[in-house]
Design a protein around this ligand. Structure first.
Ligand SMILES: Nc1ncnc2c1ncn2[C@@H]1O[C@H](COP(=O)(O)OP(=O)(O)OP(=O)(O)O)[C@@H](O)[C@H]1O
Ligand SMILES: Cc1cn([C@H]2C[C@H](O)[C@@H](COP(=O)(O)O)O2)c(=O)[nH]c1=O
Length: 672
């Protein structure tokens, strides 16, 4: 995505604005705590809750109005002006140095941000082609949340510097948060200058699916449309529960570290540990423990986060707290990664984009809402000293909130796990124990024949087999599998010669039996030298055509006896049958139109021949429905891709075999 210069500029500006945003959030929370420190922890909790509430309020109350207004404004100007105004507001806070102005300026900055958001989304939609929108969204999320640990590090350094510089130049450091606020303000000004250089094209009308809907509408749609299956419900519950727990940690972290004798640097460490852990979890989550199925890993990751927070709430030590919070972040990030993957495969096309929009919007709202409630809860719990013999244990409100966040996570993990888990044949404990011992939890049925998975795409001319083979292979490789794509005829050296012979229009008058034998000869070589070795090493083999093509073309098309063709091919392949055959069904004629190239010997056959072939394929699928997936090849490519993924997903080894990624998936098809 970043190789496109306009998008890179927009993304850079987004990353800088997000950095400024996180930096100012940290600085404002810290400043609110500093300005109220003489009034005790309850006042501090209320001030922090107020800061975060005022960050959230404009989006909830005013986003429909702002969205409607932004539609009429120049997007580049709106983004630049909104960013400059936010920068100036943050710069003004340390200069004024009062809590009331801090709250007002913070509120105004969030109101202005409401104009920036839709202008940025709409500009991105016009800068990025439709098929790249998902990557663009991911790049946006990386900028928005990846900047959090960077901001934490910067905040720690600036807080320390603020104290030193404050002595030399009082305006820079009346409090330990001042320099961070100045830096946040300047970051926004730099972001504004970057966004000013984005060549935003003319506005085009996007439909609502493009993400141009207001926050309340996105949330309402999500409540109506998502959670339609137990899996989706469980995943959404778990993922949003993780964000709520993260919000609670953010909400009390400043006062929590103060109770452990630390200041801004300690706050930054805990905050940074949470987000850094979450980012590592997001990047690696689905591969963390290879021997446990992903559905189970989802609940386990959330449960691990809960336990880490539980211990963090009980241990009065800054370093341990930071480590435990990082573990909690790691678990939450891993659960998100697994959840996003499973949701993407589970949901139907029409509700997928709405559900993702809901998830991203609801996550942000939950984070902030939990961060608003958490300090109030901490104030309610108050501080207590528990005497055990001669020992005294100080239990503060912030500790109590960590314990509540832990309980929330553990309950959510339990409920989500029950919704998501489909492997009741092996208990969770048995699977975890087996994983710890490094053994598989259940016998691998494929070991009796071969270890791999054999998938075949079939259909008439131009039905989209090569296109879908490519898409399926890309997805499976991304998931970490060893994948081999191949085709018939012509995947071996011998096969290439046979293909030339079979498809050459000059070869007129070839007898149907000779044709069937040549296809079977190509297949025998193909299975022996390409398919079987790959399956035996555990690869997923995707073949564009196989035995069914001979049954349809030479059997139904050339009117040879089906049982004889079956017997011939059974002998040629050593009875190797695909695990799944995906049949792409397309009306005769449409496929040839799609190609737009001269027809070969088979393609040049009359329509009646191809009609028989089409019926032949359908009859095969009807006879063994459990081994076929029949799809309408007139549907959009992406719809077909998704339907294939949904059908293939349950057949995949879960977890991914340990050695899969070490083996290259790009095995050459033609061998000596
Ligand atoms: N669902 C679809 N809708 C419209 N066009 C498609 C679709 N799927 C593929 N195409 C286009 O149709 C053409 C043929 O696709 P492809 O080569 O994947 O078909 P095929 O089944 O492998 O063909 P053949 O077996 O004849 O080689 C390509 O230009 C491809 O972009
Ligand atoms: C495997 C197989 C193929 N055919 C026909 C079907 C096609 O017309 C060509 C293969 O070309 P393409 O690249 O897939 O378009 O061969 C057949 O008649 N019998 C078979 O067994």
């Amino acid at each position: 995505m970043l190789s496109s210069r306009p998008f890179r500029r927009l993304w850079t500006s987004l990353a800088l604005s997000s950095l400024g945003d996180w930096l100012s959030l940290l600085a404002l929370v810290s400043l609110a705590a500093i300005l109220t420190q003489d009034s005790g922890p309850t006042a501090q909790y209320f001030a922090i809750s107020g800061v975060i509430a005022l960050k959230l309020l404009p989006a909830v109350l005013l986003s429909p109005v702002a969205d409607a207004l932004t539609d009429r404004l120049d997007r580049r100007l709106t983004m630049a002006v909104a960013t400059v105004v936010r920068g100036l507001l943050y710069l003004s806070i340390p200069l004024v140095g009062r809590l009331d102005w801090l709250l007002i300026a913070n509120f105004l900055a969030e109101c202005v941000a409401l104009f920036w958001g839709p202008a940025k989304d709409s500009a991105a939609a016009d800068l990025v082609p439709q098929d790249k929108r998902r990557q663009a969204d991911r790049a946006g999320l990386l900028a928005a949340y990846g900047s959090a640990p960077v901001a934490a590090l910067l905040f720690a350094v600036l807080s320390a510097l603020s104290l030193t510089l404050g002595g030399l130049l009082p305006v820079l450091g009346a409090t330990a948060a001042d320099l961070a606020l100045y830096a946040g303000g300047v970051t926004f000004l730099v972001a504004a200058s970057v966004v000013w250089g984005v060549p935003v094209p003319e506005r085009t009308d996007h439909d609502e699916e493009d993400g141009q809907r207001s926050l309340p509408r996105v949330l309402w749609d999500g409540v109506r449309f998502s959670g339609t299956t137990p899996l989706a419900r469980g995943l959404l519950l778990g993922m949003l529960g993780a964000f709520a727990a993260a919000g609670m940690v953010v909400g009390v972290a400043r006062v929590l570290v103060a109770g452990l004798g630390a200041g801004n640097a300690g706050f930054a460490v805990v905050f940074g540990a949470l987000f850094a852990g979450a980012l590592v979890g997001l990047a690696t989550g689905h591969r963390l423990v290879r021997r446990i199925s992903r559905r189970r890993l989802f609940g386990l990751a959330l449960g691990t986060s809960g336990i880490a927070l539980l211990v963090a709430g009980l241990v009065p030590d800054l370093v341990l707290t930071a480590v435990l919070v990082a573990v909690a972040g790691l678990g939450a990030g891993a659960a998100w990664r697994i959840g996003l993957t499973l949701l993407g495969d589970e949901l139907e096309e029409d509700i997928r984009s709405r559900t993702f929009a809901f998830l991203y919007a609801a996550a942000g709202v939950k984070l902030l809402a939990a961060a608003v409630v958490a300090p109030l809860l901490a104030a309610l719990i108050g501080s207590h000293t528990l005497a055990v013999g001669t020992l005294a244990y100080d239990f503060r409100g912030a500790d109590g909130v960590l314990l509540i966040a832990a309980v929330v996570l553990l309950v959510v993990a339990f409920v989500a796990q029950r919704q998501v888990d489909d492997e009741r044949d092996v208990s969770l404990l048995a699977e975890v124990t087996a994983a710890l011992r490094g053994a598989p939890a259940r016998p691998d049925p494929a070991l009796t024949t071969h270890r791999g998975l054999f998938l075949v795409l079939e259909g008439g001319e131009g039905a989209g087999k090569s296109t879908q083979t490519r898409q399926l292979a890309i997805w499976l490789r991304e998931e970490g599998f060893d994948v081999l794509t191949t085709r018939e005829p012509g995947a071996t050296k011998v096969g290439m010669r046979l293909r030339a012979l079979l498809l050459d229009k000059e070869n007129t008058g070839m007898s149907p039996r000779a044709e069937a034998l040549l296809y079977a000869a190509d297949r025998a070589e193909h299975v022996d030298s390409v398919i079987r070795p790959a399956l035996e090493r555990g690869a997923i083999v995707i073949s564009d055509r196989y035995v069914d093509s001979t049954l349809a073309y030479q059997g139904a098309g050339r009117e040879l006896v089906g049982d004889e063709i079956k017997a011939l091919n059974g002998w040629a392949t050593g009875e190797l049958v695909p695990d799944l055959t995906i049949l792409l069904d397309l009306p005769v004629g449409q496929g040839m139109q799609r190609h737009g190239r001269p027809a070969d010997r088979l393609e040049a056959e009359p329509d009646e021949f191809h009609e028989r072939v089409r019926k032949g394929f359908s009859a095969l699928a009807e006879r063994e429905p459990e081994r076929y997936l029949v799809l309408d090849a007139q549907d959009a490519q992406a719809t077909i891709t998704r339907a294939i993924r949904r059908r293939v997903r349950p057949l995949l080894p879960d977890p991914v075999p340990g050695d899969a990624e070490e083996i290259t998936g790009m095995i050459p098809i033609i061998r000596d």
